[in-house]
Design a binder for this molecule. Sequence first.
Ligand SMILES: Cc1cc2nc3c(=O)[nH]c(=O)nc-3n(C[C@H](O)[C@H](O)[C@H](O)COP(=O)(O)O)c2cc1C
Ligand code: SF4
Length: 475
Amino acid sequence: MKFPKLNSIKTVEAFRSRIESLGIELPIDDQLESGQDSPLGRSLSYSDLEIGNRFCILPMEGWDGERDGTPTDLTRRRWRNFGISGAKLIWGGEAVAVRPDGRANPNQLMMNESTVGAIESLRLDLLKAHQERFNKTDDLLIGLQLTHSGRFARPNSKEVEPRTAYRHPVLDPRMDIKDDSKLFTDEELDELVDNFISAAVLAQKAGYAFVDIKHCHGYFGHELLSGYDRPGRYGGSFEGRTNFLRKIAAGIRAEAPGLEIGVRVSIFDFIPFKPGSERSGVPAADGAYAYAFGGDGSGQGIDLSETHQFMNLLKDLGIRLVCTTAGSPYYNPHIQRPAIFPPSDGYQPPEDPLVGVARQMNATAAIKEQHPDLIVIGSGYSYLQDWLGHVGQHAVRQGNVDSVGIGRMVLSYPDLPADIVEGNPSQRKKICRTFSDCTTAPRNGIVSGCYPLDPYYKSMPEAEQVKQLKRSLQP
Ligand SMILES: Cc1cc2nc3c(=O)[nH]c(=O)nc-3n(C[C@H](O)[C@H](O)[C@H](O)COP(=O)(O)O)c2cc1C
Ligand code: SF4
């Protein structure tokens, strides 16, 4: 299935007529506004802080840390770019493992006594870059994302070393799991809870204002949410499946008073997909699918009942910062990061990527509508390309979301938020066209970055490797 490329759309009217032809809800503003009183330039109150505007940098990992879990120059450059972006909310920086077996790759950052100083210095680098560019940092909120990669852990090499919440009928065979040996026991999870709390204490020491207890993208926290048939203290009922979060939150409150907590959560999920005929994505199994948190049981539909219950729980725990996302980059990337070009381990989009953007934005709006007291940050906007600002502005103006999260776009066009708020002309050459090289590279053991558009990555020897890799994958 081929879908028209978005860069052929030159006017708001043409965008609207495309949306209409797709039969989806994705409203857009006619004019992009700038300045501190504009919808995207306006501040956002959180606790006793006025967050300076409505842009948020989403966590973006680069597979480029040292083996000991500290950052490299490439990591630092990315964090400095987060600083010059102009966004006043930094959601997590990137996924940081709470212990060695939880790393998603051998080069993922890791929090422990010996890395805490280096992880603090990333925050300071970001602050310095922001100060130099904007001359103001007291309206900037910076958190750190804490994770265990669970089923998708690759702590030592490209080989997956999964640790799981439950036996999964579709995903277990993909990672050659044939018995219960990869399951975390309840006692092991008690220990993992402690690891999250210790990492949070260190994050506070490193000056981060909040930690994100990651519950998205198929990683461990997210997988637990669909552990409907997991027995014991961490599965089964809603209370059981959220026990992990509740224990971590209670531990952080006790041991790191004053540290704020946020949660990035996949608010809905679908069945895993696989390449079908002509590599177009198709569901990996037929019939009902019971393991989608926020799913309706069909494998491809949404039911936010439990997601709303989860939001109520966050409020009960005194957590107001929520970053919404969906699905997983490993098993259904089209609902998570809509793209016209798939990464090397992906499949051709089974739907116009605009449908994926609208699905995430509309589910996020439903969350914000029922939970107006939460600070809700949305994701999945990069596919909107030239129209990201116009669509994001409409969503914020309507109160459908509090802050527009920027993921891939920050790799290709770091200062897009600053350009919008300052009313500068758009730098079209830097707009992310969802080529997916930033995912293809790490899937093949190469550091992540925007090889097609960022001159720094373009000139690296790895750029040629990525090109050759893509050529070799062409049918
Ligand atoms: C290269 C790359 C690295 C990412 N790293 C993380 C991460 O560390 N933590 C996380 O929660 N999401 C991560 N994501 C997902 C993004 O935060 C975001 O949800 C996704 O890219 C969709 O937003 P976008 O359309 O603006 O790109 C990553 C995505 C990409 C492409
Ligand atoms: S490689 Fe660059 S253009 Fe491609 S998806 Fe990533 S950020 Fe966007």
